[in-house]
Design a protein around this ligand. Structure first.
Ligand SMILES: [Zn+2]
Ligand SMILES: [Zn+2]
Length: 278
């Protein structure tokens, strides 16, 4: 079984500043434990779910915006047992590791030095974490070196598009995934450059046709206008089961895909959007 735990489902400036939703990223456990985009509240939500930062195998930072990295250095301190043991892999976009284009590095030279290895993630590349192959995919975002990831898990491909706008090359890069995680910032009728709105997310899902679409990185306006409407639109247009993730939700990917809203209770299996979101 492969699990995806949402330590936050908010994203973008104002949802993050006001913590409309938490912004702690996604914790993937497929034997390898990977913490993807640990923004503010990552540590606090790990504590709430009794996830031990000392057991993290890799920290991945898709790009150099703080909703994706603010807790990264502390997670790295956990991963390296307080910095006393060189361990774990740090993977980051060029911007997150080196800065550039107006960015400073998201992770200090000290925190980079205490890990066992550092991987610069550039689109088209591939690396491994404890045997799990991970492809680096392109994005089109305001951080020009931002990336997405395609995880080759023991239960099929799980894709994370990262922060991006719609582009043909990005749809092509995520073909073949079972689970498509979309960073959906804007609701219906309010497209902005360099981010996905609901119409674009629906087009992407329709082209890729995954078994399940999970929506996260939900922006302030979108949350206020209603996440369910967006998920319903995407499901209707794409034909793929679509679920707006909730904070602390876990998705178990095995032969079937199961979700639970909070650890240990309210298990929901194999049902559609209508059952999950009402
Ligand atoms: Zn973001
Ligand atoms: Zn961003």
């Amino acid at each position: 079984m492969t699990s995806l735990t949402f330590l936050g489902t908010g994203g973008g400036r104002f949802a993050t500043i006001y913590q409309i939703r938490a912004t702690g990223g996604i914790y993937i456990n497929d034997g390898a434990r990977v913490h993807l985009d640990p923004g503010p509240t990552a540590l606090m939500n790990m504590r709430r779910l009794a996830l031990d930062p000392a057991k993290t195998d890799a920290v991945l930072i898709s790009h150099c915006h703080p909703d994706h990295y603010a807790d990264a250095e502390m997670i790295i301190e956990g991963m390296t047992k307080g910095g006393f043991k060189h361990s774990g892999v740090l993977v980051g976009s060029v911007s997150a590791l080196d800065g550039g284009n107006g960015f400073s590095p998201a992770v200090s030279a000290y925190h980079q030095s205490i890990t066992s290895s550092v991987v610069r993630a550039e689109a088209g590349g591939r690396f491994e974490v404890k045997g799990m192959k991970i492809d680096v995919t392109p994005t089109s975002h305001s951080d020009p070196t931002g990336v997405g990831f395609k995880f080759h898990t023991t239960n099929g491909i799980i894709s994370y598009v990262g922060d991006t706008e719609l582009h043909r090359s990005i749809m092509t890069a995520h073909e073949g995934c079972r689970v498509l995680i979309l960073n959906l910032t804007r609701p219906l009728g309010s497209r902005v450059p360099k981010h996905l709105c609901t119409e674009d997310a629906a087009e992407m899902a329709r082209a890729i046709r995954p078994e399940m679409v999970l929506l996260t990185h939900l922006g302030m306006k979108l949350v206020h206008e209603g996440v369910r409407r967006q998920a319903e639109h995407i499901e209707k247009v794409s034909g793929s089961r679509t679920l707006a993730a909730e904070d602390l939700m876990t998705v178990q990917v095995g032969r079937t895909i199961r979700t639970s809203r909070s650890k240990g209770r309210d298990i929901i299996e194999g049902r559609g959007l209508a059952d999950l979101d009402r």
